[in-house]
Design a protein around this ligand. Structure first.
Ligand SMILES: C[S@@+](CC[C@H](N)C(=O)[O-])C[C@H]1O[C@@H](n2cnc3c(N)ncnc32)[C@H](O)[C@@H]1O
Length: 226
């Protein structure tokens, strides 16, 4: 379905909440179609409570869901960087749709961090089965790890977050980033998606980060030490 039609439907929904289920059904159909064409399994909302794994951060984690690939691609294109100079890291990669779309860009490496083992396994399967056009990065790995325990490597990075967890968890990750940059100063960008309030309370409220762009779906920040 053309993007303009979806946008018109979306504004209709604002004035008529009864249309919400219809819009959701259209979104799901578009998502299923993308998966089918690309040999992937990335659709659906998966509440973490339905998954059998233990983590002290499970209750602070938000359910798996993903943006439509077009939205992810637009966010990545808006970075205006030379991707070959950067490693891309998705904090909470779920089924890995973002990793697949990011591979259309010539990043140095792409890393997905996911603490739910079944989602990480699905992401790994997707990397193998993906039939994407023009992959420009094939150095992609999925690590089953709590994002707070991942040690950043000393290289220029784009860090991607899509509503993955509560502020308490993000605080630990932001501290890890600060520690890593202290040890190894480098260029670091953040692509953050979530409702505006969440963005404002996350990197938007942190003096170390400069807001470069605010879009409908994404904020882009640069660490001021970069
Ligand atoms: C909203 S989904 C986003 C998925 C993916 N980034 C995307 O945009 O397609 C949030 C993901 O973060 C994961 N997550 C939540 N807390 C986490 C944590 N502490 N460590 C690693 N992953 C986490 C969830 O399991 C879920 O898959």
């Amino acid at each position: 379905m053309a993007g303009g039609t979806v946008e018109r439907l979306r504004s209709l929904v604002v004035s008529n909440s009864g249309l919400k289920p219809l819009l959701k059904a259209i979104g799901n159909a578009r998502c299923q179609a993308w998966d089918l064409i690309h040999g992937a399994d990335t659709c659906g909302d998966v509440p973490l409570a339905t998954l059998d794994f233990q983590s002290h951060n499970k209750a602070a984690g938000l359910e798996y869901q993903s943006h439509h690939p077009k939205i992810i691609r637009a966010g990545l294109a808006a970075l205006e960087i030379r991707p070959e100079n950067f490693t891309f890291i998705d904090f909470g990669c779920g089924k890995g749709r973002v990793l697949l779309v990011a591979s259309e860009f010539p990043f140095r490496r792409i890393v997905g961090l996911e603490f739910a083992p079944s989602l990480a396994e699905t992401a790994r399967r997707n990397l193998k089965s993906y039939r994407g056009r023009g992959q420009k990065c094939t150095a992609i790995e999925v690590i089953t790890v709590d994002a707070t325990e991942y040690e950043l490597t000393p290289e220029p990075q784009v860090l991607y977050f899509y509503s993955p967890f509560a502020r308490s968890v993000l605080d630990q990750i932001m501290q890890n980033i600060e520690d890593s940059l202290q040890r190894s100063p480098r260029e670091l960008l953040v692509l953050f998606s979530g409702v505006l309030k969440m963005r404002d309370h996350a990197f938007g409220s942190c003096a170390q980060y400069e807001l470069l762009q605010r879009g409908r779906y994404f904020d882009i920040y640069r660490h001021r030490s970069s």
